[in-house]
Design a protein around this ligand. Structure first.
Ligand code: SAH
Ligand code: SF4
Ligand code: F3S
Length: 448
């Protein structure tokens, strides 16, 4: 009997990857993906704990799912509910207590046991909790293959974090740093490409700290791994995220110069432009170190564009500290960025400090976002009149339109046949908006 699986994913790309693996794990048990929770036999919420708002969403979502479960029970059918991800890891006990209708709660390092947890939940009638950090890596227990990848795919290569920035929950929810052996990563990369992926984004909470077992008996850094993956035929584009400025070493910078498939767009979170705040955040670098790293990267790859993350209103951040962030943004120039108000997370050191008033946080965020928006618009506008290789991914909203991505991850709309999906073609950019570009295929047609 075919059963229906609904997964809702919150948070980062790592969660997107994990959700796909969970679907792979239960597919052999007869669960097929569904895009609505109504009537589903298994509902998984794959949650995020990074900011307070993200975590709150889970409990409100659970209210709705509970009603669907009750409706199903009235028909004499059963719905199993699982809470996975970082809220499960951080607040597992509280979920079990506050939401007894939830059948399974498990963290990011335990989800490979999902088939076993499902069997237990079915048998015991709920309340199954697994927030352990197993000694054997889950990657050794995930099924190979699974659902066909899209034109672009994620590949998790590194997980966890040992950096302990004072605002961040990730070291607690994902656990210690772990790097997958290169052979395992390459095999998964080859499978993705065989399944149709043309672009792979390598994922890790702290990806440039990658230090996995190489295929030659040495320990490999991220640069070695990228070089090996670049040898996979038909893998046209490589990206990686998220990096820490401190781990942007010489070999990795050289990889940006040498590896043609490595796209000239790098997400390099800086969080703040103030040395005082950076020190309080335990980022272990100064604003000038960031400036120098960007300089070195741009010397290696002149067309490199940058994206970043910022936190405003970190405890102790003064108006002057905030100005230093604005100065850094003005100097560097970002193609794109994410910015957040500091959110106190239980159990992290910064949560215990004197907090910046909400109004100041709001005003600073608005000012920073206005500046970042201007930079993003200018970056997009500069593409008009140029020709860019675009990897087409999906049909557009209008008939006869396809949508793809530029090397800088900008969405690009063009009029072309759906046959172009999965290919790279040169597009002459005619118009730019805040979040996307539009253009026409070059006469020459397909570029690669
Ligand atoms: N590993 C990445 C960050 C992962 S979290 C890195 O080191 O850069 C993604 C982003 O969320 C962070 O870069 C930070 O800007 C933001 N963030 C993390 N904790 C936060 C908090 N407590 N309040 C506000 N923003 C936070
Ligand atoms: Fe969090 Fe990133 Fe800092 Fe690790 S390096 S603690 S994931 S912000
Ligand atoms: Fe959120 Fe966990 Fe990712 S807290 S950002 S889902 S690592």
């Amino acid at each position: 009997m075919q059963k229906r699986l609904f997964i809702k994913t919150y948070g980062c790309q790592m969660n997107v990857y994990d959700s796909a693996r969970m679907a792979d794990l239960v597919a052999p048990l007869g669960y097929a993906p569904s895009d609505t929770p109504a009537g589903a036999d298994l509902v998984i919420l794959n949650t995020c704990h990074i900011r307070e708002k993200a975590a709150e969403k889970v409990f409100s979502e659970l209210g709705g799912i509970r009603r669907l479960k009750e409706a199903k029970a009235k028909r004499g059918e059963r719905m199993l509910i699982a809470v996975a991800g970082c809220v499960a890891q951080a607040e597992g006990d509280e979920i079990v207590r506050r939401a007894p209708f939830v059948d399974m709660v498990f963290g990011p390092q335990a989800y490979h046991r999902l088939p076993e947890l499902l069997a237990r939940a079915a048998r015991e009638g709920g309340g199954v909790l697994d927030t352990s950090f197993p000694a054997e890596p889950k990657f050794d227990h995930l099924p190979a293959g699974g659902t066909a990848p899209g034109v672009t795919a994620f590949l998790s290569v590194q997980e966890g974090c040992d950096k302990f920035c004072t605002f961040c929950v990730v070291p607690y929810t994902r656990g210690a740093e772990f790097s997958r052996p290169a052979a395992q990563v390459i095999a998964e990369g080859e499978r993705l490409v065989a399944g149709g992926a043309r672009e792979i984004t390598l994922l890790g909470q702290n990806i440039n700290a990658y230090h996995g077992a190489g295929t030659d008996g040495r320990e490999w850094g991220l640069a070695d791994l990228l070089r090996a993956l670049a040898r996979i035929p038909r893998l046209d584009r490589l990206r990686y995220t998220t990096s820490h400025p401190r781990d942007m070493d010489e070999p990795l910078i050289a990889a940006h110069r040498d590896i043609e498939q490595l796209m000239p767009f790098l997400h390099l979170p800086v969080q703040s432009g103030s040395d005082r705040v950076l020190a309080a955040m335990n980022r272990r670098h100064r604003a000038d170190d960031y400036r120098r790293t960007v300089e070195r990267l741009r010397r290696a790859r002149a067309d490199l564009a940058l994206s970043s993350d910022f936190i405003v209103g970190f405890p102790g951040e003064s108006e002057l500290d905030f100005r230093a962030t604005l100065d850094l943004v003005s100097e560097i120039g970002f193609a794109q960025a994410f910015s957040f108000k500091y959110s106190a997370r239980p159990g992290t050191p910064a949560a215990a400090e004197q907090q910046v008033p909400e109004a100041a946080k709001g005003a600073r965020l608005a000012e920073l976002q206005a500046l970042l928006q201007r930079q993003q618009r200018a970056f997009n506008a500069a593409a008009v009149g140029t020709t860019m290789p675009v990897l087409f991914e999906r049909p557009g909203r209008h008939d006869g339109q396809v949508v793809g991505r530029s090397p800088y991850l900008q969405a690009v709309h063009a009029d072309a046949a759906p046959a172009l999906i999965g290919q790279i073609a040169n597009v002459r950019i005619a118009a730019a908006g805040a979040n996307s570009l539009a253009g026409a295929l070059n006469e020459a047609g397909a570029a690669a």
